[in-house]
Design a protein around this ligand. Structure first.
Ligand code: ZN
Ligand code: ZN
Length: 126
């Protein structure tokens, strides 16, 4: 009789992909927590759009928006952060998506109509 006891090849090591993903997830969570806490220390707890005020109890509805939409851009002076309530934040992002998808038709219209009002501001200030 043959003894094939070691055919039970248990390979329980996580794949490299899963490991990387887990690390990335942890990094994202840490980073998000980091800038949110910083922003909440820097700014008053008020939505930058609808001016709704927040207390610690409702603070989960106050979120940090990245003004340039780049979540990797987190200057410690808060210049790329804006505190927005979840509703205004939502709107801000759908606005941004529309901008990418359809282009800023309204901005283009006003730009041609007003004919660059600040174009010669530098000359005026001289
Ligand atoms: Zn709001
Ligand atoms: Zn945002």
């Amino acid at each position: 009789m043959s003894n094939k006891a070691d055919s039970n090849n248990s390979n329980n090591q996580p794949s490299n992909y899963e490991k990387v993903r887990a690390e990335q997830l942890e990094y994202n969570t840490k980073r998000a927590k980091g800038y949110r806490e910083q922003a909440l220390k820097l700014f008053p707890w008020i939505c930058g759009r609808c001016a709704r005020e927040f207390t610690r109890a409702g603070l989960s509805e106050l979120t940090v928006h990245h003004i340039d939409h780049n979540h990797d851009n987190n200057p410690s002076d808060g210049s790329n952060w804006e505190l927005l309530c979840i509703y205004c934040h939502d709107e801000e992002h759908s606005k941004h998506e529309n901008l990418i998808r359809y282009g800023s038709s309204t901005e283009r219209k006003t730009a041609t109509a007003t004919h660059k009002p600040f174009a010669n501001l530098k000359d005026i200030l001289k």
